[in-house]
Design a protein. Sequence first.
Lengths: 267, 232
Amino acid sequence: MFVKLLKWEFRQTGRVMLPVLGGALILYGGALGAQALIQLIAGAPAWLDVAGRMLYALSVLTLIVCSVAAFFYGVVRFYRLLGDEGYLMFSLPVTASQHIGAKLIASCTWMILSIGLSFVAGGAEAGPIVSTNDPELQELLARLWPGAPLYAGFFAFLLVSLVVSVLWMYFLCAVGAQWGQSRFAATVVAYIVSGVAVQILSVAALAAFAFAAAYSPLGQQMAGYFLANPLAALTAWVWGFAALSAAVAAALFFATRYLITKRLNLA
Amino acid sequence: MSFLQFDNVTKYYGNRPALQNVTCGMEPGRITGLLGPNGSGKTTMLKLAAGLLQPTAGRVLIGGAAPGPETKKLTAYLPDRVSLPRNFRASDAVALFADFYADFDAAKAVEMLRSLGVEASQRIASMSKGTQEKTQLCLTMSRGAKLFLLDEPLGGVDPATRDYILSTIIRGYTEDATLVISTHIIGDVERILDDVVFIQNGTVAVADSAEHLRETRGKSVDGIFREVFACL
């Protein structure tokens, strides 16, 4: 049933996201074509070159905006699930976890696809890699290689953060849905209150950490290790953050599941 | 035990009780009318049976099991509002039901929709509210479910449409299924009811067979309803 639900989610989101992404890619293709044409024009005025580059930048920006659109569309779909559409969707023989999971996977997939395309599109401006045998490239890779676990950790952290950002909004929608007819206002209030609470907690945690690092023996020991092995320490730090984010994602998932099973109150 | 059983079910929305110690059962092969004024708790009972809500206390059993994905396979639920996504086409709705319910008869649904004048490519958003409701009813009644839960299927529709809806229900439901209709419009629905449960302020006021009620009280169910809820 989960696969069927996932298929439906992709089919529904695809109806919006495919045309949006397609439009952005057409714009990008047009920008590339315009740039190529400008290069062919002998003695093209400077403003034309600037216009071509601006169009290119705009097309890459549009792809980035697509990922934001995918995020918001995913949130809107979850919000709708807790409204009238929920009467249909929650009657289907699937669990609440499957509902959350299908929406989360579809939303994140569209976001990652958009971000990936914007990276590829943006990277194209840097010029193609001539050959992997290029000595300069090989030297660069050799210098970067020891940091591979750090980059992997950073990548994992970004991915998990993406999941957390989506689940956070799902959770807020589920909290807002506890107030039935006023759920939109309740969701907005929950967003503001939780945002302020997270900021206060983050500052408090950072202050406590800085104090511990400066004054506790363990903190000083860790600071020493950090200075002696900066790469290993930073890698552990990034992976630690990724693990912490994964724990937050799990907590948000289960809290949302609890709210839409035990305390579901469709508007 | 009844196919749909409520055992001492209590449901609170915040501090407000919607149902209090409700105990009743609905039998297979019978049509039960869940009757009561607005706000009496009918919709809450159906939502509990459909697995959309959890009871605060007590238990709901469908074929001996608590509502969940397994009971939802056996349950056809018609909510009291249009729940089909507005961007759906009629064909999407049919495909969704066909995908998720093994007992769904897609050909029957398409035929019923065609008789309504609904084309497969027509969007839900472009239909009138009445047609949206009828589309939803056709989809629900195209299932071979063991339990049908119909929440106010006659609410806010004209007499001609009521006849259409009632005939669709009678034609659509399988003989051995349990069918529960919640309504406060008794007159039209009385003729098809086998059993009635009167809900008053979240409690069961009367639960009996329609025939026995008429015999013992010498009135139609509609008349008894007016008597029970006279001062409300």
